[in-house]
Design a protein around this ligand. Structure first.
Ligand SMILES: [Fe+2]
Length: 333
């Protein structure tokens, strides 16, 4: 599949990634991990749910955990649209395409539209959310990883080309991509609506499953501080991938797994992509610098493990091209 032309005649205006809805077996444990460990703010904690947000966010939540006794699963990926008029146009657009879009009630959110996307990911869209003053200039409250805002999600996906086409039609732009060496077969696509490199990433693998969600922090030192804080709280065992720098997106990263196994990334060092002539950057699949610029690839579990979407069947990937893992790399070192 070759590079698609960006769609400048968008049917409605999706502005950015908004929030993620997941399940948790133990909301107190989840709260300890995200509030005491990573430094997120709790905006609501009831028997049934826990809502959190980051320092710069004025909306009620960017992370929602719903209590469930089952294994940890992902329930929704939430995006913002610009206005309720956009949501109403989207309702017609998606239903004409057979997506069975419906308006639902979501606490603390305005009009909310829910459907499954082109590759089966449960998604919802809203234009408004309850607003309160953020903690941006209450510096004495900044703790843990000093997380600024929810930036992107990454989805393990059986049909990366199909996801790219579906989101490109909605106005998402390709900023970077990985292709099977020497071919046009898309292995991973980094897609964005806001001004930086990504709101959603689709990477080849059994899916759809939620690989991770990522919060931005402005300082690399905050990523190191988060690791120190997690260690001092006896949460060091939750580190899923040690700090490093992605070639793709230039992100300085660390990954943790929360008490239910959901993977969360903290990262810094994005760059802007705004201009229409900013061409997508290509990476060959076997170039290990794409995932770790310093040369050490990610461990196998980082590539293979992910959170299921509740009730969504997992399909084998259409592209047969496993990535180079740390285990492969060390075997030849
Ligand atoms: Fe990421």
């Amino acid at each position: 599949m070759s590079i698609l032309n960006p769609n400048t005649a968008i049917p409605f205006n999706i502005t950015r990634l908004s929030h993620v809805v997941l399940t948790s077996k133990d909301l107190d444990k989840t709260r300890y991990f995200y509030e005491s460990g990573l430094g997120l703010e709790v905006t609501s904690h009831e028997d049934t749910h826990l809502c959190l947000r980051a320092i710069e966010e004025t909306g009620h939540h960017s992370l929602v955990f719903e209590k469930s006794d089952g294994p940890g699963v992902a329930r929704q990926i939430g995006y913002r649209m610009f206005s309720d008029d956009d949501l109403k146009r989207a309702y017609d657009y998606f239903n004409e395409q057979g997506h069975a879009a419906k308006f639902i009630e979501r606490p603390y959110q305005g009009l909310t539209l829910q459907l499954d996307d082109g590759v089966g990911v449960p998604v919802e869209f809203c234009a408004t959310m309850d607003q309160t003053e953020n903690r941006m200039q209450r510096f004495h409250t900044h703790a843990g990883g000093r997380l600024a805002f929810l930036d992107h999600v990454q989805i393990a996906c059986h049909d990366v080309a199909g996801a790219y086409q579906w989101y490109n039609d909605l106005g998402f732009r390709l900023t970077e991509y990985t292709a099977k060496d020497g071919t046009d077969e898309m292995w991973g696509v980094w897609l964005k609506r806001k001004n930086n490199t990504q709101d959603v990433v689709f990477g080849n693998g059994p899916g759809p499953r939620l690989h991770h969600f990522a919060f931005h922090t402005p300082e690399i030192s905050s990523i190191i501080h988060a690791a120190d804080v997690m260690a001092s709280l006896d949460l060091a065992g939750s580190m899923d991938r040690a700090p490093g720098r992605h070639g793709i997106g230039n992100a300085f990263f660390i990954y943790f797994r929360d008490p239910d196994g959901h993977r969360v990334e903290i990262f810094s060092s994005h760059y802007n992509v705004i201009d229409i002539d900013h061409a997508p950057k290509r990476w060959e699949l076997t170039d290990t610098r794409r995932s770790q610029l310093w040369g050490f690839p990610a461990p196998r579990k980082w590539f293979m493990e992910a959170s299921a979407f509740e009730g969504v069947a997992v399909k084998d990937p259409l592209v047969n091209a496993p990535p180079v893992t740390l285990e492969d790399f060390l075997a030849n070192w």
